[in-house]
Design a protein around this ligand. Sequence first.
Ligand code: C2E
Ligand code: CA
Ligand code: CA
Length: 680
Amino acid sequence: MDTAISAVSREKARGFMQPFDKDLRAAFWAARETDRRKLVRKGSWAGIIVYVIFGLLDVVVVPDAAHLTIAGRIVSGALGVTLIEMLFRRGAGAEVLDIASAFCLFVVFGVWIATASMTHNQHTFSTYVLYGNVFMASATLFFAYRLRVSLIVCSALLLVMVSALYESGAYQPAQIVLYSSFFLTCFVFTLIVNLRMTDERYRVFLNELEAKFYQAAEEQRGEQLHRQSRTDYLTGVENRRSLDEGLAVHWAKWRDDSTAFAVALIDVDHFKKFNDGHGHVKGDDCLKSVAKILGAVVQSHGGRLGRYGGEEFMAIVPVAGEAEALAFGGSVRAAIENSHIEHGFRLDGVPMVTVSVGMSYTGFRVANRVEQLVAEADQALYAAKEAGRNSVIVYDANNPLHNDSSDRVAGILKQALGQALLSLAYQPIVDAHTGEVKGFEALMRLQSPEGQSVSPAEFIPVAERTGAIVPLGKWAIHTVCRDLLAPGIVPLVSVNVSAIQLKLKGFSMQVAKILLETKVPGHRLALEITEGLQLEIDADVLQTIGELKDLGVRIWLDDFGTGFAGLSWLRTIEFDKVKIDKSFLHDADRPEGRMLLEDIITLIRRRGARILMEGVETKEQLEFSQRSGVDEVQGYHLGRPGPIDPYKPKTAPNGARPASAPALVIDRTSEAAPYPSKIA
Ligand code: C2E
Ligand code: CA
Ligand code: CA
């Protein structure tokens, strides 16, 4: 692709005298083939009709020969157009049609000259010959033949015209030279115009081609990035990000058409001892070997395999029931045992590497979350370890080891708004280069009535499933506008919105009402949308986003890179900002991860959105982000989510609060403030 692009740019920079790139030139003519064929056919019909109509002029100019000229016009015209039509229908190429039509042009011209020359009034005739220019212009401009065809036919026309003048005997030699040079000038001028037109078309063609190549290269790069971002660097199997996607896909499919599947967590027994004893290099080799063996087994069962973390792998496989799940787990366990990878440091004295397998499957459940399936597999794995390792346990639904907590959470959510169990924590968003706090992200917090905090990872999915996210999300926007934006405490706040809210008809209206009521200008509010499986960008969602943008509300893309949708979303929606998912920064301590992140940044940059790097936890990560040229950063290193108080501007001496967004002044004297106001 790169060579193709550079060939096009070289051709665009080609000097006037330099030869064309043969392939590109051929492609150009090939691209114009259809148009040119049509042009010759239509042009011939039009030209011949005009040619015959001009017989009327013959009646006036050369009345004594008009019967001959008109007959000649009709016969030669009819023959010419028949020839072209026939060739066209037989599928002749543009080149052949060009030559045939040039030939006809010459013949009809000759017929006209020959018949008109029969007149007695040679003086009028010789002036009439000047009309030959029109034929020349037809060849160069109207039919726009390729250069050599134009050149040949025009020279022939020129020759005939000059000899007709000479033969008429009506002119002195000087006059003949005068007229001939006039013909020649017309010829050269029209030829130049012809060349220019072709050149112009060629340029347009090259530009289009270049754009197409760039688009294709970008898509290729995007796919490559997508693949890379889903591969485990060490073992080459899928990584956790990819597994999460796989789980979501299988889960959705299971809910749609009951295609059951199992999740297997496969853990290498006593791996820490292996690493300590054999060293990290051997440890890495061991994981690679295990991945390879597992890969073969999983593939033969039509499943997918990934590294879930450390020495733990996950397989997602289609199964019909518990027995099949157990059989799969058994073959995994046996395959590793039978490959006899040496392990000299096990506490139990077994001399080789083995794995413990914990599984769960969809078969029996009614509904719920895919996370629960993973949690069950995890419990089964724990049980397998307890059972002495090198064993397989499938989670038993009839003997649940724990209760689903989501019902409890749903219960808390029901009372949340009424009992003030909800609150918002604010995390600063910082300019990567100046260290200035540009705004805050509002993150929802939930407490149980007993005062225990429930993690968003737990309650947000439940709120989405039960629909509670709709009033909760509205509450978040309203609270932010009323408490932070309206009093001018902070310049900008972003609020996370869930797909459910975006799909809701009237969501933008809801936001508009809140903005109006709190008198907050739209541009001080940003909404973060997470790319994900739940949100399909359809016309309704696009309309909602358009309406929000009309209100001035900023639209940000959150967690970029975690779903499959990201790239196509970037193309469809003009995001004001893209937040790169923290997992990419956390992977950037390896060279491959660093390169991937840099490529992602380039990709987003090309789309023109501002870039925010999430999850900056260390000084090194901050420095890396700064070097990579991201615009803004967010993360524990710059400030954890918390109350807004440390960031509140100092109250004016008279106690009044500034009316509009102030430049943010951070109280650095406050001991309580764990936040830096600027990056050191
Ligand atoms: P998110 O939108 O990607 O929010 C960022 C999460 O990363 C927050 O987790 C934040 O506390 C955490 N975080 C911030 N800096 C760092 C860092 O340096 N390192 C690490 N490891 N993590 C960091 P939190 O508050 O638990 O929220 C989790 C998710 O819950 C959010 O992810 C968001 O998707 C969702 N969520 C939170 N509040 C809302 C809300 O009001 N509405 C909706 N629909 N979703 C929300
Ligand atoms: Ca967010
Ligand atoms: Ca995020």
